[in-house]
Ligand binder design. Structure first.
Ligand code: PDD
Length: 281
């Protein structure tokens, strides 16, 4: 049985019900977070909580809980579900109202959260990706539940026998359909700078932070799409997949088609950091 949270109550997931007039269902009017949990400890909770607050603020939904309230919710959900490692999904929609694009003021937000088992593969399988035009809107920095374009990207990737789609806007790499993108070129690591065209990924930011001031410091520079074909390495990052090396792009091997040396080094560093944090008293 999976325990979830809905509007102040903890209940089995199969019993949770939301009215059909919820604006999340009708308009995709809401925001979300995916928080990884290792050894029953939420990882980078403060960062996820801060990003949720920013997303809510950006779309004008009042934050339904304070920091202590969010922490208590997360802790109760982790304790109530099986598995040392979990993935928490947290969603806030504007609430229930008669269908009208213009939202009425003072709606009560719908707050939902659930846990699913998290398995981060220690030795990941080869990852195929395709490139696609980034057809999304210009506020991709908001973690909105309206993910139609992202679903279409992933559908196209799957149809091409690939796992992820790497998105290109005006000739510049933005991010993946559900990940951020890093490229190693000329021995230097690059990723897109924060902008309204990408989600400020918590995993991305952590990698930038871990490598700052080291010889591997990440350059937050635009990545021309043309660079992808010359890249020594391409990686994707997300809370549930951590760091994965893309081994084929558009059907062609990336360099020799194997996870590269920079990837292996940074991945080991990332894993060591995560294990250290999860093991702290
Ligand atoms: N998605 N960019 C997009 C468009 C994403 O959907 C995600 C993550 C990321 C990586 O962000 P983070 O490192 O904070 O997980 C970047 C989550 C995992 C999802 O939708 O399931």
């Amino acid at each position: 049985m999976s325990l979830c949270y809905l509007n102040g109550e903890y209940l089995p997931l199969a019993e949770a019900r939301v009215p059909v007039l919820d604006r999340g269902f009708i308009f995709g009017d809401g925001v979300y977070e995916v928080i990884p949990v290792f050894k029953r400890r939420p990882f980078r909770l403060g960062e996820h909580r801060a990003r949720l607050a920013r997303s809510l603020e950006a779309i004008g939904i009042r934050d339904p809980l304070d920091d202590a309230g969010w922490r208590a919710l997360v802790e109760r959900l982790v304790a109530g579900n099986a598995g040392e490692d979990q993935s928490l999904y947290v969603q806030v929609t504007r609430g229930v109202a008669p269908r009208n694009h213009a939202p009425p003021p003072d709606l009560v937000p719908t707050v939902f959260a659930m846990s699913t088992p998290l398995e981060v593969p220690a030795d990941p399988a080869p990852v195929a990706a395709i490139t696609l035009e980034d057809i999304r809107w210009s506020r991709c920095d908001i973690k909105a539940i309206s993910l139609l374009a992202n679903v279409m990207f992933r559908e196209a990737a799957t149809a091409a026998g690939a796992y992820e789609a790497i998105l290109v806007r005006d000739g510049i790499v933005t991010e993946g359909a559900a990940s951020n993108v890093f490229v190693v070129h000329g021995g230097r690591i690059r990723t897109a700078a924060h902008s309204p065209h990408i989600l400020p990924g918590i995993t991305r930011d952590l990698i930038v932070e871990l490598l700052a001031g080291t010889p591997d410091a990440v350059r937050e520079d635009p990545i021309p799409a043309a660079l992808l074909v010359e890249a020594e390495e391409i990686w994707i990052t997300s809370s549930t997949k951590e760091l994965l090396a893309v081994t084929t792009l558009d059907g062609k091997p990336v360099a020799d088609g194997k996870p590269g040396p920079v990837y292996r080094r940074i991945k080991a560093q990332f894993t060591a950091y995560r294990e250290k944090v999860a093991g702290l008293p």
